[in-house]
Each structure stands twice: as structure tokens, then as C-alpha cells.
Design a protein around this ligand. Sequence first.
Ligand code: ADP
Ligand code: MG
Length: 543
Amino acid sequence: ASVKETFSFQTEVGQLLDIVAGSLYSNREVFLRELVSNASDACDKLRYAALTNPALAQAADALAITLAIDTKSKTLSVSDNGIGMSHADLLETLGTIAKSGTGAFIEALKAEKKDTVGLIGQFGVGFYSTFMVADRVDVLTRKAGEEKSWLWSSDGKGEFSIEPAERDANGTIVTLHLKKDAKEFAEDARVRHIIKTYSEHISFPVKLGEETLNAASAIWTRPAKDISAEQYTEFYRHTSHAFDEPWHVMHNRVEGTVNHTSLLFIPSTPPFDLFDGERKSHVKLYVNRVFISETTKDLIPAYLRFLRGIVDSQDLSLNVSREMLQTDPTLAKIKTSITKKVLSELKKKATKAPEEYAVFWANFGAVLKEGLVEDAGLRDRILEVCRFASTQGSDVISLSDYVGRMKDGQEAIYYIAGENAAKVAQSPHLEGFKAKGVEVLLLSDHVDEFWLQHVTEFNGKPLKSITRGAADLDGISSADDKTDKDENAADLDALIMVFKAELGDAVKDVRPSKRLTGSPVCLIADEGDMDVNLERLLKRHGQ
Ligand code: ADP
Ligand code: MG
């Protein structure tokens, strides 16, 4: 292409831009965080590319991010000497939105006029947030290793253009032509203040004119005592496109068989893609401060995919390609070490701050329980930090709590599993247990049926579904135990005969039951048969 071309934004981007440009914001300065964040990513990418392409080594040497203000023309620009973008990159990344959950996100935005910025930040609209403050955005860029430069330009109203341009080196400059009501972002003091807040943790120098505004060292390399809670939060928001406060921060340096530093966060609100099919991890891997990769399952197990942050190790080879990570034994060791550390931190939280832990559990418990199926080696440790709703009280409890308050004569840990928490809590199967004061765990996450196939006992007590087999409550006494059962035995036998004759092959058996007090009948599965709910789940998945 040698002339100016015009393109339409992908439909979703168009919708997004309408919302972004049309709403009122209290916190729209986040656009600057997004631009600096993209510039920093671009520098990371160039450093990574230079590992395998010596021709780029020199360019990767003095990476920096520079801001410039033009008070007269009311423009603000953010430039970097990072990887840059080709014509194809521009088309692909600045015209579409590839994030999963975009449709759902746009619906949420439409519904929630008030906290649009919170949602935008959480979702990471990134570059498109510039249209909150600019009525035109120009992106002049050249990809490292390529000859041609390009100018991308848009007023955010449905179309953008790309034309050939001149730039003397690789990298990108994004120029915002500020809206009338956004002139404050062309004021030196205002910009300086925002940059101070948002870029202290960025590993590259962030400059305003000639002056460097940040420490420009990777935050995780500094001692924890020198890092404030605000700095941790900013770093969390930067690396994970988050807008919330981290629920928990874990900053650890491990020296031993495999040296590594990790700075990990557990969010306080669940990310959008938590339950999408790919179950991706979002922790970034660095080798000696060089960014290597995000979304690798070889670093963080899928059942900890709510974690955000970074892991850096100098013991991995800098030549390790993203493809080779899968089989790297050093990485496998780091993964195990991190997994154990996170589980032990969770255990501490669960013990010391059960109320806070309940919040974590509500957000991520269903994810963590996947580990009971997938990670046989750490199953016991995972089970320790699992919590469950029960028929006694509204707090979630551990299996140890349950066992500690079992009734005299109670042999098993009882549970009921179903698809819906409210339905489960009202099941007639619970009646006999409630009457005897026997606690029953209420399980309503999808994953419950699956881990229950693997965890069949705890502390020597079997886990039993109350919708399966005989509910052996005989050994447990209760105040209102009925003594008239023998007198009615003959009548009951006669009634059962009638039921059996009437139902025929539709049921395997008809039995008198002690599990009911209010309801006349309930369906149960045989001891050796599949649980009623599991059967329903498998049927739905066509098995
Ligand atoms: P995200 O950063 O989450 O990918 P953004 O909307 O912030 O989303 O950016 C979209 C994409 O545009 C980036 O992934 C990157 O490929 C490209 N991009 C944006 N800014 C730059 C830049 N300064 N240099 C190179 N690529 C960039
Ligand atoms: Mg971004």
C-alpha cells in the first residue's frame, strides 16, 4: 500500500468506542497508564526478539518511554523505541479486539453506566481508552527490523486510516489531540503527577522531556520493605490490566535448587475469562528481567489461574523459546515451588482471617477445586484450603471443622451435590439429617462431582452422598426418635408391595426410608451406582 487506506473498526470495537467516548468519567486519566503500559510491553517484546535476532541487539540496548506535551496545539504524546508495528500488526491490533468475553463486557458496560471506568480498567480496553480524552489519535510506528513506517489515525468514530509515513527508527509514537474538556492532560504538572503514580514500577525509564520520572528498575528486584502497598497495587494493575485492589500480595525470593523471584497477586474480583475454555494462566515469565512469555500452563497450574503477577528466574536459559518451556525441567521445579507456596499462603489466610478467606473462596473456590482432580500429588494440601457450605450456619467450613463436630456414632461425612445452591439447600433428602442434627455439606459447583470421584475419604471418614444408598443414620440418636416403627412394619410392607407393582421396571427397588420427615418419597441412587446429580451432568454432556 502506497496511499492512504481507510478501514472500518470491527463491530465490537465500534460499540466499545461509542460507550467509551459517550460516558462521563471521574477517573479517565487511566488512558495514560494504558499507553505507558503498551510502550513498556513494546520494549519487553523488543528485548525478547533480540534474544534470537542479533541484528536487533543494539536497538534493545537503550529502551525508554518518552512523553511530550505541546501546550499550544493541546497534544500529548507517548513514544517508545520498542518493537513497533507493521501494516499487518496495525490492522490486526488497532482495529479489532481479540479479548475473550468482549460481547459480555459490552453488555455489562451498557447496563452499568455508573462505573464504566472500573469496568474498562478491569477488562483492559487499553489503547481504546485514549478516546475518552482525545478526538483524534495518531500512531506513527515502525517495526524493528523493517524498512517501512506507517501512520495510523482515527477520530474513534467507526473508521481508521493507515498510510505510509516517515520515522527514522523502530518504535511507536502515539499522539493524542485532546478534547476541549481534556486540556488538563497537556499541563506539565498534571501529567507529571499521573506518571509518578502509574509508572514507578515500570522497568524502563519513563521520561518527560529530558527528565526521568521513575526509578526504572523492575519492582520485584527490590526488597519488599522498600515497596509500598500503593506501589504493589499499581504494579498489579499494570501487569494484569486490573482495576481492583489485590486481595493478597505474595513477594518471594527463593534461593536453592532453582533460584527465582515471584511477585504474585490474588485479585479481589474475579477476572472475566476465569471460566473460558482455555483456562489460561496470566502470570508473566521473565528470565533475568527479560520478559519471555505470558499465559503458560507450564509455570502456573490451571487451577491457580486466578493468580496475576510475574516470576523471574536467572536459572532458566535465556535461549529458552516459548515452545521449549513445556519440557524444561527447571521450569517444572519452579512451578512446583510456587504452587506449594501459594497453597501454604492460602492456608495461613484461611486460618488467620477466615472472613477474608471466605471472600476469596466465593471468587475462586470453584477454580481451586479443579486441583483436587488434576493434582493428585498435592490433593491433601488443596483439600486443606477448601471450604464448603453446610446445613449448619451460613459460614463456609473445612472438612476438619466438619469432622470435629460430627455426632456421636456418625461414621461418614455427608454431602449433597446439585446444580443450584438454593435447590440443594431445600432438597427433601436433607430432612432426616436435619431432624437428627447431622450436618450435611451443600455442594453446588460444577466441579464438585468430579473431585468427589477422587476424594472418597478424609481423616479415615468416607464421604457419602445422601442421594445414594442407605442413609445409615441408625447409630445416631436424636431427641424425637420414633419408637413406633415396628408397629407399622406390616402396613409399610404392604404399601411397598403396591408401589413396586405399580412402578415395575421404572425403579430398581422401593425401600422404607429414615431420611425423610416431611416429604413422602424421594429418589436415590444405589450405593454402587452413579450419584443422581453426576448422572444428570454426564447426560447433559452426551455421555
Ligand atoms: P493489550 O495491551 O491488552 O494487548 P491494548 O488495547 O492496550 O491491549 O493494545 C492492543 C495491541 O496494540 C497491543 O497488544 C499491541 O500489539 C499493540 N500496541 C499498542 N501500543 C503499542 C506500542 N506502543 N508498540 C507496539 N505495539 C503496540
Ligand atoms: Mg495495553
